[in-house]
Design a protein around this ligand. Sequence first.
Ligand SMILES: [Zn+2]
Length: 254
Amino acid sequence: MADLEVLTYGFALTTDQGAFGYSTNSLLTVGNHRILVDTGPASRRTLLYRALQSKNLTPDDIDIVILTHLHWDHCQNTDLFRNARILLHPTEMDYSKNPNRHDYTVARYMADHISKMKLELVSDGDTVVDGVSIIDTPGHTKGHISVVVGKGDDTVLLAGDAMPDAGTVQRGMPYNIFWDVKDAKESVEKIVNSSKVFYPGHDRPFRLAGKEISYLHGPGHIEVFNSTEGGGTASLTFTVSATRKVNIDTVQKG
Ligand SMILES: [Zn+2]
């Protein structure tokens, strides 16, 4: 049976200084396999390394990396995992070379690097290891994938940005769509029909019962350390907003 842990929790902040977000990075252990789902942004490299170290692991112990998509906040640490097979949808690799003209989030340099690693192209229905499979969830980007994990009686879905937050359930679409609104809505429907437990790309894991969202674990707040003269900290509280404005006007394909 798969063991699933979050190494670094995803979040997304909307502030008076602009919006900002980091991805969820999860570690799946199945038999001898250690599978990392998304690798996160470079600014979290030390945090990721320490999270592995706390489990007596180094990046060399990871044998499979699954990238939900090639946005920088999900893939910038992929180069750390030299021994791993890197699993990615072929459409996403193509998309990284020719993204939507409004999608400045694609890490093309990392896509170039990954193409020199042990890249394996995967798509809907492919089995990664026993109990772990891929589903296509396009819309946020053109070749986005999510990961389905059988865990005891539950099916757990690692959604990436096809479902970036719990609010996606009420909204019926992610809050950021860089490729196609119709595809993104269909992907949410597909995800919700596939599972009751979700690991979103920028939120804490949650269970869905009807329309009821119950968070499972993860930080309820983050600390902000002021790095300029004067110091000081502030504590921010996460709230789920199903009414978060969807950013499609400027980024829709075209
Ligand atoms: Zn993204």
